[in-house]
Design a protein around this ligand. Structure first.
Ligand SMILES: NCc1[nH]cc(CCC(=O)O)c1CC(=O)O
Length: 310
């Protein structure tokens, strides 16, 4: 009987999603999966993620363990993966997406927060879109895991925080959600709610085994979303939202619908556009949309990255 070592960050969110993928893989293939906890720079650094570059801080330590052979595969939150390819690493599977939306956590819905309420988030994308929705809010940068952020609300330091609904579900904290923000109001990060399963690209039989947990519809959707991000030459620290859905992958008629936005960090200006195409053309759909965003001034909007309150 084969035992595979699954490298994972040690947080509750990471171990929950890793164990879930492990269980599904065990059930579908008969292998045994053992979790191996790995500490990453993103878990120990006190700097704001946007400042330490954001891209890849949670990911590179796990990839190092794959390349050294200490672990066989890794599960990441897909939105934390840099868009560029990684030498020697294969994206063997994209696991079916959970709820992709952002959630406002605190005592009140967005419309019911008092004027000038203080809302915490570390993400320029959320900052820009929050300010676009409610220009009076005092949006402040925060860091730390979801539990730490939620505690700032219960401690009274903040009136609310915005976190990914999927992550809150994985740590059992959906009780903290006051309002789930519809993508019409707030576009999620590219890949939000989906999981990436990576292994060494030279292990062809392992790539094939891991593919049993791949979800082609999610893969096409996140490919389109991440292509927008890559084509804009933006990282996870950019005020860029993107969300794609796929209808009926089996069908020749099936369609992918993609919406993306770029917003100025003060929330005053926003470009938001949609495109569609066959899921097999996910990259082209993403590239075309990025070109249209550029044509509407996306690069000027992205230039303004200071997330400190005005
Ligand atoms: N950057 C941290 C991160 N990476 C993935 C998630 C949530 C789960 C997901 O989107 O899959 C979170 C926390 C958050 O944004 O609230």
């Amino acid at each position: 009987m084969t035992t595979l070592r699954l490298g994972t960050r040690k947080s509750l969110m990471a171990t929950t999603q890793s164990r879930h993928v492990a269980d599904v893989l065990e059930e579908r293939t008969g292998v045994t999966v053992e979790l191996v906890g790995v500490t990453t720079e993103g878990d120990v650094s006190r700097a704001h993620l946007a400042q330490i570059g954001g891209t890849g801080v949670f990911v590179s330590a796990l990839r190092d363990r794959l390349l050294s052979g200490e672990v066989d595969f890794a599960v990441h939150s897909l939105k934390d993966l840099p868009t560029g390819p990684a030498e020697g690493i294969a994206l063997a599977a994209v696991y079916r997406r959970d709820d992709p939306r952002d959630a406002l956590c605190g005592p009140a819905k967005l419309a019911d927060l008092p004027r000038g309420a203080t809302v915490g988030t570390g993400s320029p994308r959320r900052v820009a879109q929050l300010r676009a929705l409610r220009g009076d809010l005092n949006v402040v940068p925060i860091r730390g895991n979801a539990d730490t952020r939620l505690r700032k609300v219960t401690d009274g330091e903040l009136d609310a925080v915005v976190l990914a609904y999927a992550g809150l579900g994985r740590i059992g904290r959906l009780d903290a959600v006051a309002e789930v923000l519809d993508p019409e109001q707030m576009l999620p990060a590219p890949g939000q709610g989906a999981l990436a399963i990576e292994c060494r690209s030279d292990r062809a039989d392992l790539v094939e085994l891991l593919r049993t947990v791949d979800d082609p519809a999610t893969r096409a959707a996140v490919t389109a979303e991440r292509t927008v991000l890559a084509a804009l030459e933006a990282g996870c620290a950019a005020p860029v939202g993107a969300y794609a859905t796929v209808e009926d992958t089996a069908d020749v008629e099936s369609s992918l619908y993609l919406t993306a936005c770029v917003a100025s960090i003060d929330g005053a200006r926003q470009v938001r556009l949609s495109a569609s195409g066959h899921p097999e053309r996910a990259e082209e759909v993403g590239r075309e949309l990025a070109a249209r965003l550029f044509a509407q001034g996306a690069d000027q909007l992205m230039g303004e990255r200071d997330i400190e309150p005005r």
